[in-house]
Design a protein around this ligand. Structure first.
Ligand code: GAL
Length: 346
């Protein structure tokens, strides 16, 4: 064969190989038939709260291990920004859009637009109302409120005073938490002397709430904080009034700072939610939905209009007694970091 035709053959082979490598998002199954790579849009409220970084990392790594690619969007707590980011994901032709909604009501229309475009929709952790999502995957959020209330009912004396600092009512989890809280507290002899719903989970509102409550009465026996970030500022206000460690304080998410407060005695409990399990399971469901497979979820929850398949994971109450076993032995936080400010008794 002449030299020039050899070079020609090599060039053609090279072009074929390059074409195969450059085609975006195509994978070859065993049969060698090209399959389009599954594309998942992951729309976050924000990453201010520690747990969401973990949700993101576990979701992305699980989805990638399953051969999907994930486009992560962060709305930084801005509703309009999240809606425009979801529109962007629709235009990019995602197979599935997974949403941690800034506002449980505001995303309904744009998610129905996604469904009309043939895109599957998952409400992650927070239920998007009236959106007819293909799946809502979260924790038993009523149980979260019950666990907090049970700690307060157990440790606050008869006739005692508490302050409630819930998250925003724009987060449907807060509505569910409050239902659980009220279920436990309805027959307890405990006074709620001051109550707020912290806009956008802003922790500084918890600081102000404690000081407002103290201007009403100096006798506060307990504080319900809807998550650990709120608890951090509530404890700061209590500390400035030399009350930290003497007032029952609840939280949620098992943030590192909250675990430190629990072993140091300034926070009583946190509700631990195994977000690794939530994120891994959500990624697996998202891939199944993208493939058009039946997710086989029988439980449903009404989103205000539609009955949505509901996968509900169990939260765990964590206090000084079981923190080591649940949080440290479970690998959610590191022992040396949790006990950073105290001599580790173990
Ligand atoms: C809620 C979530 C909680 C808490 C809060 C703040 O929806 O269920 O875990 O972290 O958001 O982001």
């Amino acid at each position: 064969m002449r030299r020039s035709s050899r070079w020609g053959m090599l060039l053609v082979l090279l072009l074929i190989v390059l074409a195969g490598c450059t085609k975006q998002g195509n994978v070859h199954s065993e049969t060698g038939v090209e399959e389009k790579k599954i594309r998942i849009g992951l729309s976050f409220d924000s990453f201010v709260i520690e747990r969401w970084q973990r949700d993101r990392d576990v979701f992305v790594s699980t989805a990638q291990d399953l051969g999907a690619e994930v486009n992560v969007q962060n709305a930084n707590g801005d509703v309009k920004e999240q809606i425009s980011q979801i529109e962007y994901l629709i235009d990019k032709g995602m197979d599935v859009i997974v949403v941690i909604a800034v506002d449980s009501e505001a995303c309904s229309e744009v998610l129905k637009k996604a469904e009309d475009a043939g895109i599957k929709v998952v409400s992650y952790d927070r239920l998007v109302r009236n959106a007819n999502a293909d799946l809502y995957i979260s924790f038993d959020n009523e149980e979260v409120g019950k666990l907090m209330a049970e700690t307060l009912a157990e440790k606050v004396p008869e006739g005692g005073n508490i302050v409630t600092i819930f998250g925003p009512t724009t987060d449907h989890n807060v509505t569910m938490m409050e239902q659980g809280f009220n279920e436990v507290m309805k027959d307890k002899n405990i006074n709620i002397v001051y109550s707020i719903y912290a806009t956008d989970w802003l922790a500084e509102q918890a600081y102000n709430a404690i000081n407002e409550a103290l201007s009403i009465t100096p006798y506060i026996d307990g504080v319900l904080c809807g998550n650990d970030n709120l608890a951090s500022e509530a404890v700061r206000a209590l500390s400035e009034n030399r009350m930290a460690g003497f007032v029952v304080v609840t939280g949620q998410d098992a943030d590192l700072a909250a675990c430190q407060r629990i072993v140091e005695g300034t926070q009583t409990m946190t509700v631990y939610k195994p977000v690794d399990k939530l994120a891994k399971s959500a990624a697996e469901f998202a891939v199944k939905l993208a493939k058009g497979e039946d997710i086989e979820v029988s439980e449903t929850i009404n989103d205000g209009t539609y009955n949505v398949p509901y996968v509900k994971l169990e939260p765990v109450a964590v206090n000084k007694q079981n923190l080591d076993e649940v949080i440290i032995d479970g690998g959610f936080q590191q022992r040396d970091e949790v006990y950073l400010n105290v001599y580790d008794q173990n």
